[in-house]
Design a protein around this ligand. Structure first.
Ligand code: BDR
Length: 313
């Protein structure tokens, strides 16, 4: 399968990239980087670092948007560390000279044009690069095989604002544009879905204790997030290990993991003192929107764990 990945690497983006790299018959045409979990220059470095660990620096990496379309820039360093990858001092950092010269939205458009109907796009970042791509080429989404994204929420439960999930809050206008203009088959792993599909911590320990360089790398970069105050609170409250970006990636790699989806029209709240960035789910079919997305509801967690284990071997 042909894949394009849009990331803001980020600990769980790193996990998602490694998932894709370990899956058979996947041709990653390119990885585009976006502002998000950490500033763009860190995202670029982190993406190359992950590819370096996996010995896949042959995959082209593109520089995307440095800031949201209109929203205020924000990052998630409490969870991902200041550098976005757990602030580990001794990581091997490949040279930024390896970056492609072309800009991410243009590169995405070109790759998809070359393989119309064949490319699956997985987006685990704020959706700025995708929104710019559709403005540059309105026919871009129609040429995609499918879009899988991590973002939004279905029960107005936020993780960044009261009602907003990080990727949709970090570029609300871009999220609105993508949900409005991407009429290709679209699958969404929303925040509450990933929380409800979290894995036992005993699995996480097993995953990280595999004696491989990839597992050792993962153990180092996850230490900051696992020790963060928020995470400790969640662990104490009985919540499991939640690698949210991996649900979107795993579903793209193997759609049989999606045991149950709900087809519904969605949009994004652009205004509202407390609700800006919230995904609006039209359960009552009042929006008159023809295009429906598939909201993931139930996942095959057994297969998912096997996939995760393999990704660090
Ligand atoms: C999303 O925000 C980021 O912190 C994660 O990488 C994920 O994409 C979860 O809200």
């Amino acid at each position: 399968m042909k894949l394009w990945v849009d990331v803001d690497t980020g600990v769980d983006d790193a996990q998602a990239i490694m998932l894709a790299l370990s899956h058979p018959n996947v041709d990653i045409l390119g990885i585009s980087c976006c502002h998000g979990n950490t500033p763009l220059h860190n995202v670029l470095e982190n993406t190359l670092t992950v590819l370096g660990v996996c010995d896949r620096l042959d995959i082209p990496v593109y520089k995307g948007c440095e800031r949201p379309l209109l929203a205020r820039k924000q990052h998630a360093s409490d969870y991902h560390g200041k550098d976005g990858l757990g602030d580990v001092p001794d990581l091997v950092r490949p040279s930024l000279e390896l970056l492609q010269k072309k800009k991410a939205p243009q590169a995405m458009i070109q790759a998809v044009k070359k393989h119309p109907g064949e490319v699956t796009l997985v987006a685990t970042a704020p959706l700025t690069n995708l929104a710019v791509a559709v403005q540059l080429d309105p026919s871009f989404p129609k040429k995609l095989k499918a879009l899988f994204l991590m973002g939004g929420n279905v029960d107005s439960r936020g993780n960044t604002t009261v009602c907003g999930e990080f990727n949709f809050v970090a570029d609300t206008e871009a999220a609105y544009i993508v949900l409005d203009r991407f009429t290709c088959p679209t699958y969404i792993a929303a925040w509450e879905f990933s929380c409800a599909s979290s894995l036992p911590w005993s699995f996480c320990d097993q995953w990280l204790s595999q004696c491989t360089p990839k597992a050792q790398f993962m153990k180092k970069i996850t230490a900051v997030s696992r020790n963060s105050e928020d995470y400790q609170k969640e662990i104490t409250a009985g919540k499991g290990f939640n690698s949210c970006d991996c649900y979107a990636m795993a579903a793209a790699l193997d759609p049989t993991l999606m045991l149950e989806n709900e087809e519904v029209a969605v949009s994004v709240e652009l205004e509202g003192a407390h609700t800006r960035g919230m995904m609006v789910v039209d359960y009552m079919k009042l929006l008159n929107k023809k295009h429906k997305v598939s909201l993931m509801k139930k996942f095959d967690l057994t297969k998912f764990q096997v996939m995760l284990l393999k990704s660090l071997q």
